[in-house]
Design a protein around this ligand. Structure first.
Ligand SMILES: Nc1ncnc2c1ncn2[C@@H]1O[C@H](COP(=O)(O)OP(=O)(O)OP(=O)(O)O)[C@@H](O)[C@H]1O
Length: 655
């Protein structure tokens, strides 16, 4: 959708009277009415796409307002440029121009042919026609005999004037000559306002057909073999007039009434179109011939621009205000222009094939590819989960093993402690007194209660005294002094004892440490008792630590188990999803196959249709030729003159 481009052009003042009060002021794209001292009149200020002041030449108007539309017409877009305004405001001057300042039509014609020259990959056929709407009747300006032409509408051609002469042209000069000849037939008349006032609306029309040239190297058309057909209307409207001002009477009065009526309908159409899609309702295009012919340009398939001409004199302020209001409404209208292409059967078939191909690609690309990717992703995820699960299972197994080993170690340790205690207790019996017995009995009980609660440990013997007689031989290496018996003070013992069993692990794993023990005979009973007690304490601590460690491992174990369960669940969910996606893919593939079959059937049908169409065309052609020859012979027989009809189609293309 694009808006209609609206511009204002101010004609130079032609009155000798200097303004005594109101005057128009142009600032950039805004025009406003001012009082004598320059105070703006409130509510009379309008902005437009362009405002051309008195000094602007037609070339500037063409450059800024019309050129783009003309170029688009060469490319296949419909275009309309029209001049609107009160009588004597400069419409004809803008459209036709003068010797020194050629108008919009003149420049458009030249520009079109230079554009055609540039487009080397296309061949063109240009047809021109020139008509006027005079007193609500359509006359052909290229053929005076073609009067009161009728408007028709068909699906193929849209709205058209039947019987209008169209000339095939090949150069700008040819067109300008034709226009000149047409101008002679146009209705002008003298009024109080304009010595040469247009008494009709004129529409100069160029129909531009083009087709891509055939490229022999590539064995195909440069830009497809579709034919583009566009219509460019260059319209010079008759000016609205106040009968009192123009002093019209008789014929001029009748003309004036028709002019005003059709301009009023144009105003109504513009008003309705500017209301917006929802409010506009019925558009009265059919109320006048002008609006009927200009229908595609107003809210239809065309690029349109309107040049509203105004007279700057104070005496025309009211008319100028009306023109500016019309222009303000018109600039709200949106059109939807698109390239007009006519497809031959072959082009249609080719285009449909391409479309089918594209659709097929899209179908394959959009669904199957996405599904493939999804499946791949899910497979990767599954693999990842599997690996993680395996890793966790291995870790779990290792943890289990180490847990077992720990338990085994603990069992060994406790049985070792028990056997050590047993031996110490026997020695104690032989050497110590009664109170020692009691004390060790208490100690033993305490130990039994505190340290050996775990069921896997054996119950301790009733008389428990630590003893270290298991290693009878002295070690090859020992950190102890040779004459240990003389330094059996408690501190030294404690220190050495610490080094002796630093922790349970080193005790079990490093045999060299074991040989740090020494025969019990070297130790005095009293000090042996003390040392054993502290050793037990130490062992108890170690045991407690081992139990805590075991609990920790158990906790870790249950966490790992939970994690493993989650992974299992995720893996099964993934596999379910995977099977769902695979199902979906299968379905899509089936759909694709059905679609392809359908397309193939369609292609076949199109082929059959085009064959039938071609044969029908051939039979119609032969019928037409027969019919024509029969008419000719009848004509010859009756010697009746039949008026020549004019009609050119794409088949009349030269060469
Ligand atoms: N921009 C301009 N520069 C110079 N002269 C102009 C300009 N515009 C209009 N004129 C002159 O003003 C007069 C009236 O202009 P024109 O005939 O183009 O008006 P019009 O709007 O077509 O009038 P009508 O509706 O009566 O046909 C002409 O003599 C024309 O040469």
């Amino acid at each position: 959708m694009e808006r209609i481009c609206v511009a204002i052009r101010v004609r130079p003042s032609i009155s000798d009277e200097s303004s005594t009060g109101l005057h128009w002021k142009v600032e950039d794209n805004r025009i406003s009415l001012h009082k004598r001292l320059g105070t703006p009149v409130s509510g009379v200020s309008h902005a437009f796409d362009h405002i051309f002041d008195e000094s602007c030449a037609n070339s500037e108007v063409y450059e800024r307002l019309t050129k783009d539309i003309v170029h688009a017409a060469v490319e296949g877009f419909n275009g309309t440029v029209f001049a609107y305004g009160q009588t004597s405001s400069g419409k004809t001057f803008t459209m036709n121009g003068s010797q020194t300042d050629p108008g919009v039509i003149h420049q458009a014609v030249r520009d079109i042919f230079s554009k055609i020259q540039e487009a080397t990959d296309r061949e063109f056929l240009v047809r021109v026609s020139y008509m006027e709407i005079y007193n609500e009747e359509i006359n052909d300006l290229f053929a005076v005999e073609n009067k009161k032409l009728q408007i028709h509408e068909s699906l193929e051609r849209g709205v058209y004037v039947s019987g209008l002469r169209e000339e095939i042209v090949s150069s700008g000069e040819q067109v300008l000559q034709l226009i000149e000849s047409g101008e002679v037939n146009r209705h002008f008349g003298e009024t109080n306002m304009n010595v040469r006032s247009s008494r009709s609306h004129t529409i100069f029309r160029m129909v531009i057909e083009s087709k891509g040239k055939y490229d022999n190297h590539r064995d195909e058309y440069f830009s497809g073999d579709a034919v583009r057909v566009s219509v460019l209307n260059l319209v010079d409207l008759a000016g609205s007039e106040r009968i009192a001002k123009t002093g019209a009477a008789g014929v001029r009065l009748k003309e004036g009434k028709h002019i005003n009526k059709s301009l009023m309908v144009l105003g109504n159409v513009i008003n309705k179109l500017s209301d917006g899609v929802k409010q506009r309702g019925h558009i009265p295009y059919r109320d006048s011939k002008l609006t009927r012919i200009l229908q595609p340009a107003l809210g239809g398939n065309a690029k349109t621009s309107i040049i509203c001409t105004i007279a700057p004199e104070e005496v025309h302020v009211e008319e100028t205000k009306g023109t500016l209001q019309f222009a303000s409404r018109a600039k709200r209208i949106t059109n939807c222009a698109q390239v007009n292409e006519i497809l031959t059967d072959a082009a249609l078939l080719k285009r449909q094939k391409l479309e089918i191909e594209e659709l097929r690609k899209k179908l394959q690309g959009s669904r199957a590819e996405v599904l493939e990717q999804e499946i791949l992703k899910l497979r990767n995820d599954m693999l990842k989960y599997e690996l993680e699960r395996e890793k966790l299972a291995t870790e779990l197994e290792e943890e289990r093993k180490s847990h077992k080993e720990h338990q085994l170690k603990l069992g060994n340790l406790s049985s070792q402690v028990i056997s050590d205690c047993d031996r110490s207790s026997t020695q104690e019996h032989e050497s110590s007194k009664q109170h020692h017995n009691e004390e060790s009995s208490v100690n033993h009980k305490k130990f039994e209660e505190e340290a050996f609660r775990t069921p896997c440990f054996k119950a301790a013997p009733s008389a428990f005294v630590a003893r270290r007689g298991i290693y009878s031989k002295l070690p090859d290496f020992s950190p102890l002094p040779n004459a240990f018996s003389t330094v059996a003070d408690e501190d030294t013992w404690q220190r050495l004892n610490k080094g002796y069993i630093a922790d349970l692990d080193s005790l079990q794993v490093t045999p060299a440490r074991r040989v740090q023990s020494f025969p019990c005979g070297d130790v005095t009973p009293v000090s042996s008792h003390r040392t054993d007690t502290s050793e037990i304490e130490h062992l108890k601590r170690q045991l407690e630590l081992a139990i805590a460690e075991k609990e920790e491992i158990q906790k870790e174990f249950s966490l790992l188990k939970a994690e493993k369960d989650t992974l299992h669940r995720m893996a099964s969910e993934s596999s379910q999803e995977l099977s769902k996606v695979v199902d979906q893919k299968d379905k899509a593939v089936k759909e694709l196959i059905t679609e392809t079959q359908r397309r193939q059937e369609l292609e076949k049908e199109i082929k059959q249709f085009s064959v039938a169409f071609a044969s029908r065309q051939r039979s119609l052609l032969s019928f037409h030729t027969d019919f024509k020859s029969k008419i000719e012979s009848l004509k010859a027989q009756n010697s009746v003159l039949v008026p020549k009809s004019y009609g050119y189609g794409i088949k009349d293309l030269p060469g």
